[in-house]
Design a protein around this ligand. Structure first.
Ligand SMILES: [Zn+2]
Length: 101
C-alpha cells in the first residue's frame, strides 16, 4: 500500500473512520487516508454539480438530485470558493471625471 500523496510505503494504521473502515496515516508526509474510498465523486458528476450551483437551487436539493451527501457538497462548495479569486476584492479606481448622478 502506498500513500496517495507522496507514494511512500511507510504507512501506519491510524484507527477507523465512521463506517468502521480502517484509516491509515503516512509517516512520511503525515497524510491520513482510507483504502479504496467509496465516496469518490466522478468528474461528470462534479460538472453537473457545477451547473446546478449556477441555478438557484439549495445545496440540499442538489445533494438529493445528484445523490451525494450534503456534507460532501458543503466541503466541495467551500473548496470551490477558496479556489476562485474573489471578484469584489479588487476594485479598479475610476480614472478621470467624477460622475454625478
Ligand atoms: Zn505520504
Amino acid at each position: 500500500m502506498q500513500c496517495p500523496s507522496c507514494h511512500s510505503e511507510h504507512i501506519i494504521k491510524n484507527g477507523r473512520i465512521h463506517n468502521q473502515k480502517p484509516k491509515f496515516a503516512c509517516k512520511a508526509c503525515g497524510r491520513q487516508f482510507v483504502e479504496n474510498p467509496q465516496n469518490r465523486i466522478s468528474d461528470d458528476k462534479k460538472k453537473l454539480i457545477d451547473k446546478l450551483l449556477l441555478e438557484k437551487i439549495s445545496l440540499a436539493g442538489i445533494a438529493r438530485v445528484v445523490e451525494v451527501s450534503e456534507c460532501w457538497l458543503h466541503s466541495y462548495v467551500k473548496q470551490k470558493y477558496k479556489d476562485t479569486p474573489r471578484q469584489t476584492q479588487v476594485r479598479k479606481k475610476t480614472k478621470g471625471k467624477l460622475v454625478i448622478q
